[in-house]
Every structure is written in structure tokens, then in C-alpha cells.
Design a protein around this ligand. Structure first.
Ligand code: SF4
Length: 363
């Protein structure tokens, strides 16, 4: 990858505020970047209201203008196939039932997902929180944020807070600084994580000023969401570099999606490209049983085979853990490398299918 350029000054296309102001919201806007096919135009009209159709100019610039199957295009442009998903659910993880207070989701005893913002820079067709992102009723007023912060203060088991949404980095630096300061002041909150797709969809947001502010709130971790090697641009590399230089470990959580990243060559290129950017591939999620996403789902056996094929053929830390998220928490989906105990030995399978017998201590 070539050296990243410096991001341009505010008030031009290189500033994140310009990008936010000039987002694509209609088929006519989209036609400035690609030749939309009839199905896309019809789906934008029919489905763009059901789940918001909004794209940043930067991300639209990554689309193939003539190929409707472009993996960037398919992530954000509606298609009529979304309407045909009888099994899809609005809230497959039952997050509402796990909320002790508005927009706080608690599945595990010691950590929470705190959906501080209902807004994103763009809206992904596979979004797990389709039911709430972009919807005004899920916005958090300052009074509601204060109520959630109060709940965290009164719940001493919570040691790890994930700020998510929507996207917390769509907040202004000032609002985020205030929120992080409130969380840091709670003695039992040991770490704060930011879940953000902006290094992928709006890397201009990762400014030097933002990183200087974030540095004041360590220990902070960031998890971002690259799905395809085409997203690994010079701008995205610069955004991740700024975060890591600010001392923030950056991990990636992708979603396994049919026709986007469900082949070994693409997933390997994605993960190796992330590692070159010092971003650790952390999780790859099985696509949830989420409304309007049947066309993205891959059989779990195929996902397991894909990650098994990567084992031994790239650096171990370039292989994310393939997981299924459930209302009971995340479940690792892995090939059974341990075949079982045989007397004093355990039999295991190597990456290339050979059997190894290891003397196994017994208690
Ligand atoms: S950026 Fe994340 S939260 Fe926002 S629409 Fe995409 S997947 Fe959903």
C-alpha cells in the first residue's frame, strides 16, 4: 500500500463535516458515482425508508461504477431481495430485553454495550441495529445519557464499557470528551471501548485533534469494522495509524457475508491487509438472523471451513475468531482440532489434517 496522504483541511471534501453535509440520500445522488441498475433504483424507493439509505461521498467513491455486485456497493445500496426474508427478525439478539436502562445492553455480568448515539455516517444494509440506527426515538438526550451513567455508577460489577450505537465518533469532540470524562470518573470502570465504523466509512473523522482528546482518556480500545480489502485505502490506513499512535489498540470485527468476503482469498487479503495497518482481526461474525439479510447469510459449516483453510497459511494473529452472537453471548465457531483423549494421550489435528498424539497429563 502506498504512503497515506495527509488529510485535507476543513471545509473541503477532505473534512469529515463536508462529507457529512454532502451525503448521498437518493438514487439521483447515487447516479453521480455509479450507474445504478433498475433493481437498485426501485429498492432505494421501496426500502430506503424502511432502513435508511445514506452513504458518505468517500465510501461511494470506493464503489465500482458499473458492477452492481461490487462488494462496497452491496454493503450500502438496497436491493429488492431484502424484501424476501421470512426468517429475519428485528432484534435477533433480544437486546431490548437485556436493557436495564435505555440503550444499555447487558448480556455479561461485567460489561455492557452502551448505545450512546443512534446516528452513523452511513447505513449498512446488514446492520444488526437496523431497528434503531437513524431512528429519532433511539437518540440519547443528555438527560438520558445522564440516567445511563447513573446506572453504571450504581452497578459496581461493570468494569468494561463499550460505546457503540450507531457510531459514537459521529459525536463532536466536545460531547465525546464529556462522556469519556464521566466514564473515567467512575472508579470501577476499568476500560472503555469505542465501536466505530468511521475508519472505514469516514476516515476523515479521525483527526489529530480527536486523537489528542482520546489520549486523555486511556485505557481506551477501538474496534472497527472492515469487511473487504477494497476498504483498506490510504485514508483508512492513515486513520488507523493515528489511533494506534495515540496508544489505542485497534481491532477489527467483520461480518461474514455471501459474495462479499466468503472466500478464502478475499478474507485472507482483508486480514493480512489489516495486520499491515496494525489492526488486529479480532472477530468475524456469522451474519445474524436479521430482517432483510437472508441474501448475505452463509451456512455456518462453510464459515468454519473458510477459517480452517486460513489456519497455517497466514500469521495466527491474522485469523479472527469466527463467532455466532446469541442472546446468551458469543459462541466460538471453530473446527474441532482436538479429537479426544486416547489413554495417556490426546489426539489433535494439525492445520494440514495430520494427526498428532501428545502425552496429556491427567489429574
Ligand atoms: S456503521 Fe455499524 S451501526 Fe452503523 S449502520 Fe453500519 S453496521 Fe450499523
Amino acid at each position: 500500500m502506498s504512503a497515506p496522504p495527509s488529510l485535507a483541511a476543513p471545509d473541503d471534501a477532505g473534512s469529515w463535516t463536508w462529507q457529512m453535509r454532502h451525503r448521498i440520500r437518493s438514487a439521483e445522488d447515487l447516479a453521480r458515482y455509479v450507474d445504478p441498475i433498475e433493481d437498485e433504483v426501485r429498492a432505494i424507493e421501496a426500502l430506503g425508508e424502511r432502513f435508511h439509505f445514506v452513504i458518505t461521498p468517500y465510501y461511494a467513491g470506493l464503489m465500482d461504477p458499473v458492477d452492481p455486485e461490487c462488494p462496497i456497493r452491496r454493503q450500502v445500496v438496497p436491493r429488492s431481495v431484502e424484501a424476501a426474508d421470512p426468517a429475519g427478525l428485528a432484534d435477533p439478539l433480544d437486546e431490548v430485553a437485556h436493557s436495564p436502562v435505555k440503550n444499555v445492553i447487558r448480556v455479561y455480568p461485567d460489561r455492557i454495550a452502551f448505545c450512546v448515539n443512534n446516528e452513523c455516517a452511513l447505513y449498512c444494509r446488514f446492520c444488526l441495529r437496523k431497528r434503531m440506527v437513524g431512528e429519532p426515538e433511539w437518540a440519547m438526550k443528555k438527560r438520558e445519557l445522564a440516567l445511563a451513567l447513573d446506572w453504571i455508577r450504581r452497578t459496581p460489577e461493570i468494569r468494561d464499557v463499550l460505546l457503540t450505537g450507531g457510531d459514537p465518533l459521529v459525536f463532536s469532540d466536545e460531547r465525546l470528551d464529556w462522556l469519556l470524562g464521566e466514564l473515567r470518573a467512575i472508579p470501577h470502570v476499568e476500560i472503555v471501548r469505542l465501536g466505530t465504523r468511521l475508519p472505514v466509512t469516514l476516515p476523515q473523522r479521525i483527526t489529530e485533534d480527536l486523537c489528542r482528546m482520546l489520549e486523555r482518556h486511556h485505557p481506551l480500545w477501538v474496534n472497527t469494522h472492515f469487511n473487504h480489502p477494497k476498504e483498506l485505502t490510504a485514508e483508512a490506513a492513515l486513520a488507523c495509524d493515528r489511533l494506534t499512535r495515540a496508544g489505542i489498540p485497534v481491532g477489527n470485527q467483520s461480518v461474514l457475508m455471501r459474495g462479499i468476503n466468503d472466500d478464502v482469498a478475499t478474507m485472507k487479503a482483508l486480514c493480512e491487509g489489516l495486520v499491515r495497518m496494525r489492526v488486529r482481526p479480532y472477530y468475524c461474525y456469522q451474519a445474524q438472523l436479521l430482517e432483510g439479510t437472508a441474501h448475505f447469510r452463509v451456512p455456518i459449516e462453510e464459515g468454519i471451513a473458510l477459517f480452517r483453510a486460513m489456519r497455517g497459511r497466514t500469521s495466527g494473529f491474522a485469523i479472527p475468531l469466527y463467532v455466532l452472537d446469541t442472546p446468551y453471548g458469543k459462541v466460538p465457531l471453530t473446527h474441532p482440532y482436538v479429537r479426544g483423549r486416547d489413554g495417556d494421550h490426546v489426539e489433535v489435528e494439525s492445520f494440514d489434517g495430520r494427526t498428532w498424539r501428545e502425552l496429556n497429563p491427567s489429574r
